[in-house]
Design a binder for this molecule. Structure first.
Ligand code: GAL
Length: 596
């Protein structure tokens, strides 16, 4: 094929990949907004940039410096170019860019897909943004040495400060326009979309054009804000990939309100969700407290954020009345991060079951914040976790859930800590090697049951109540695998009465996957703390005491169903009735899948 014919193909490939060439890990840096609002000036930006270097933060990876809102002038130059406010930035933006580059830092520029910048003074302070000027502004930002563009969403229709969904003019078109223009300039920009996640299907359009996309309303300097944003990232976590990240907003660590525990939890969540990490505290004039500096400088936590797999941790289990969550996600090289978050107001000992995060054991386990290696973990993990605190674990050498190695004795083989996640008589046990055509199984030291073993070592229909058991097999057996037969789970569409009949051949607690929709985004209520992006529903079995769960946002529209795993106690042998009551607000329960 001649070069002439190849050229369009090459160009096409380059354009199609344009988004991912900007960054392979979440961007890290410093942004002025959380501390200086829209009033930062040149001296402050420069001294914070200098402090990034002096405090060693630049060498940890915090290199993008973004003067947020407030920098542009009210009017454009006579040639129609956007320009800076000369009172705040007397030396000008090109000089600022040079200064940052001379410090080894990168220059982030803030603008927006609206007529004016977002500004707390609203219509009393209208300063230039980029809607309708995308081409010339992209060129200007490139001429000034820009490396990052944070692109906001106010005044989208030129008349209203915030145009609420569904009246907002199509954000994807406005943000795409600027993406095309910054891809056309000679400098390589990281493109940060700041549309706050209002409207439908944010990730579907934003991931095609941006490197990171704000998925919630602004963080505020309050603990409830951390819970609110975390509940909104739940359905988006699975989309995180190298070069495309959910942006949970700039960090509040170091801004004087969150306690050290809360700050570590906040930082851990942002890190494991692969959110960009932008420090939002003042660093100049020794204003940063020692705890905050230690948090930002924790290289092991930062390494979880910068992990090359780029995958975010997902909410695996939520215990709402007990006020804790378990999150887990994969890391490059077969490792895994697990976070146990104590949302409650008291310090508690919390035990998690490792099969709930998909593993049976880990040869290596690191308590990341304590910077200590634990003995390998097997089946369960317990820790005392302070109020609003977190246990962040990095695990390696993983064995899949359900795989056990036994201790061979003269009377057979003992398997300790065999974990049944739901009460069921449909468990299947596979033993290797299968040494006999019949074996007896002793469960928890009780009456042996004698069972035939198939050629492949399979024993079916074993009854286990949810929890930990000791299993003894009457033969020499190297390993044992426990699984639940597929047919034992049953999905039921929700009837209007939200009452389900469940037949069981065993008593105890069962795991239930609840399919639901909650797209009631807390936007207006975000500031007051009333809006937490959760809606409650209460479940009871056979008329017993109800238990309540807080369901996070489920998807990217009122059409997208999410699933949350809960566990219900009080099942008995025979017919059972599960009732769901108190379904809050507009939440829809679509159905349940009862395991066992
Ligand atoms: C918001 C944005 C914030 C900050 C602010 C400036 O729209 O989400 O991160 O940039 O505007 O007023």
């Amino acid at each position: 094929m001649s070069i002439h014919k190849l050229l369009p193909l090459v160009l096409f490939i380059v354009t199609a990949n344009a988004v991912n060439k900007h960054t392979t890990t979440p961007p890290m840096g410093w942004n002025s907004y959380n501390h200086y609002s829209c009033y930062a000036n040149e001296t402050q930006i420069q001294s914070n940039a200098q402090a990034l270097v002096d405090l060693g933060l630049a060498s940890v990876g915090y290199t993008y410096v973004v003067p947020d809102c407030g920098w542009s002038a009210k009017t454009r130059t006579s040639e129609g170019k956007i320009t800076w406010n000369e009172t705040f930035y007397p030396s000008g933006f090109p000089a600022l860019g040079k200064k940052l580059h001379s410090l080894g830092l990168m220059f982030g520029i803030y603008s927006g897909a609206g007529t004016w910048q977002c500004h707390p003074e609203g219509a009393n302070y209208l300063i230039q943004a980029s809607l309708g000027h995308e081409k010339e502004d992209a060129q200007t930002f490139s001429d000034w040495g820009g490396d990052y563009l944070k692109y906001d969403n106010c005044w989208a229709d030129g008349k209203n400060f915030v145009v609420y969904y569904p009246n907002e003019t199509d954000p994807s078109a406005r943000f795409r326009k600027m993406a095309t223009e910054i891809d056309a300039v000679p400098r390589d920009f990281v493109y940060g979309i700041c549309q706050w996640g209002v409207g439908n299907n944010l990730e579907r359009w934003a991931s095609k054009i941006g490197n990171n996309w704000r998925m919630s309303n602004d963080i505020t300097n309050a603990w409830h804000s951390i819970f609110r944003i975390t509940n909104q990232v739940v359905p988006l976590a699975r989309y995180s990939k190298p070069g495309g990240y959910n942006d949970m907003d700039m960090l509040m660590v170091g801004n004087g309100v969150l306690t050290p525990e809360e700050s570590r939890t906040h930082f851990s969540i942002w890190a494991m969700e692969k959110s960009p990490l932008f420090i939002g505290a003042a660093l100049e004039n020794n204003l940063l407290d020692a705890d905050a500096l230690k948090i930002f400088s924790n290289k092991e936590v930062v390494a979880i954020n910068q992990d090359l797999l780029g995958r975010a941790a997902e909410l695996v289990r939520r215990f709402s009345e007990e006020e804790y969550d378990v999150w887990a996600g994969p890391l490059a090289g077969d490792g895994m991060v697990v976070a146990v978050i104590n949302w409650g107001a008291t310090e508690r000992n919390i035990t998690i079951n490792l099969p709930d995060v998909g593993i049976q054991s880990a040869k290596k386990a690191r308590d990341v914040w304590a910077a200590t290696d634990l003995d390998g973990l097997d089946t369960t993990y317990s820790a005392l976790i302070p109020s609003h605190g977190v246990k962040l674990l990095r695990l390696e050498g993983l064995t899949k859930a359900g795989e056990y190695t036994g201790k061979i004795g003269s009377d057979g083989t003992a398997f300790k800590n065999v974990y049944a996640f739901t009460s069921s008589s449909n468990y299947t046990i596979t033993i290797t090697p299968a040494t006999a055509s019949r074996v007896s199984l002793i469960i928890d030291g009780k009456n042996p049951i004698t069972r035939p073993v198939s050629r492949s070592g399979i024993i079916t229909d074993v009854s286990l109540s949810a929890g930990l058991h000791e299993l003894r097999v009457s033969s020499r057996t190297k390993s044992l695998r426990l699984a639940l037969s597929d047919f034992s789970k049953e999905y039921q569409d929700a009837p209007a009465s939200l009452s389900f009949n469940v037949d069981s051949t065993i008593s105890g607690s069962k795991v239930v996957d609840v399919s639901y929709i909650n797209y009631d985004l807390s936007f207006d209520k975000a500031w007051s703390g009333e809006g937490l992006n959760v809606l409650n529903a209460t479940f009871s079995v056979n008329g017993g005491k109800g238990k309540t769960w807080r369901f996070p946002i489920s998807g990217q529209s009122w059409e997208e169903v999410g699933t949350m795993r809960i566990e219900l106690d009080g099942f008995r042998n025979g017919r059972n009735v599960v009732n769901i009551t108190g379904v809050e607000g507009k939440m829809i329960v679509k159905g349940v899948e009862i395991w066992g």
